[in-house]
Design a protein around this ligand. Sequence first.
Ligand code: AMP
Ligand code: MG
Length: 486
Amino acid sequence: MITKNEMGWNFDNTYLGLPKDFYTKTNPNPVQEPELVILNKYLAESLGLDVKGLWKEGKEIFAGNCIPVGAEPIAQAYAGHQFGHFTMLGDGRAVLLGEQITPDGARYDIQLKGAGRTPYSRGGDGRAAIGPMLREYIISEAMQGLRIPTTRSLAVVTTGEPVYRETVLPGAILTRVASSHIRVGTFQFITGLEKKDELQNLADYTIERHYPEIMHEEHRYLAFLREVIKRQAALIAKWQLVGFIHGVMNTDNMAISGETIDYGPCAFMDTYDPKTVFSSIDTGGRYAYGNQPYIGGWNLARFAESLLPLLHENEEQALQLAQDEITKYNGIYRENWLNGMRAKLGLFNQEEEDHELIEEILELMEQNQSDYTNTFVALTFDKFEDLAVCGTDGFKNWQQKWKERQNRQKNSEDEIKDLMRKSNPAVIPRNYRVEEALEAATEGDYSVMGRLLDVLKDPFKHSAEQAQYANPPEPANQPYQTFCGT
Ligand code: AMP
Ligand code: MG
């Protein structure tokens, strides 16, 4: 038995204070032969956990074989629009152990993903295969390195049990750490039950947990909607700026905290092309790179709809209030994105025509099939010879305009370069590098993944080692495809 505070575990369980509709008490299903294959030392420390103790005995907890005292495991209920279609869902293969209170008093959900069947599993086995769990580990930690709000990955254990997909694969469980797992779909779920009191409970709980600054506002549910819109707009702008493609932006995969959540078929874009899609199931390109900002707005409209009963007693007025907020999303998103792009180009101040300069370089990149990340790195270090586009007249014209634009601001060349270095990552988790790491790990060699995680830790370092990870993939016969991995 793991007693309270042993290994630093310090659980609270405030989600259980919500009405019973929101969850079902469920223990994780024990597994045969757990083995701890990766542990996030830095994250563990920041959570107040004892790293040595976890390496020695943590596997029983990460496998769900042993519940630390103080944790009261649940599976959460939620709904979601999956590819546009509304469905009742819930944690079908995840169990929330509880909320870890860190030494600084912060609160984080500790969730075991792949912990076996729950009342929400429908036809699924509740399990996960090693590849997708390690993939989530790598990409979520890469996002953290890129300074993009994200859930984190604390550990992966293999279960010693097979999972049956198209082939038989080794089973694994990921320990996910999140500010919370409250989603747009959590609100849709309770609104769908037409229980206004419970909707209010959830809204109050979420405001207190993620938006305490608006707790005392007179129209706090409207303020809540406004703030969620702002955080999502900022988040999606950050994705666009680094070429991240989530792959499955269903409303159940959009966290109210503003963290990126649920790394399934996600991947980073190499060659700049707004139509880029990697997910094998996204045949219509609904979640293509260039469509993500629009889908963000669509999802937020679903969120606004679910809040309607709290916005005003009069339905029409509620709708009007919601619409007024939702219409602001595009502008807020665009502002975030433009400012991010300005920073990537070394621009500190704002000029009306900046969007033209930005769109022009993107167009040139698209025409010349340029690598998105490496183009900005080349611009940062004046390595124009590395750029596929640099020989073109179009680029030379653009470069002239860009230099003139930079010179119209008061900042020095050093300041400009510094801003660009901080805004343009040297590395992203390239798909072929991720695959290489997963392949080795599945064979039991975790060193390849370890090295990849090291270079992704601070992608703005621009170190010599990172340069080796910057190469775009060799041209392939087949386009790269990702899978949901469920
Ligand atoms: P996702 O596509 O990972 O966001 O999952 C969508 C829904 O399917 C969620 O409710 C999951 O809990 C559920 N789900 C995914 N994989 C499984 C599985 N292997 N067993 C049971 N439920 C699953
Ligand atoms: Mg999900």
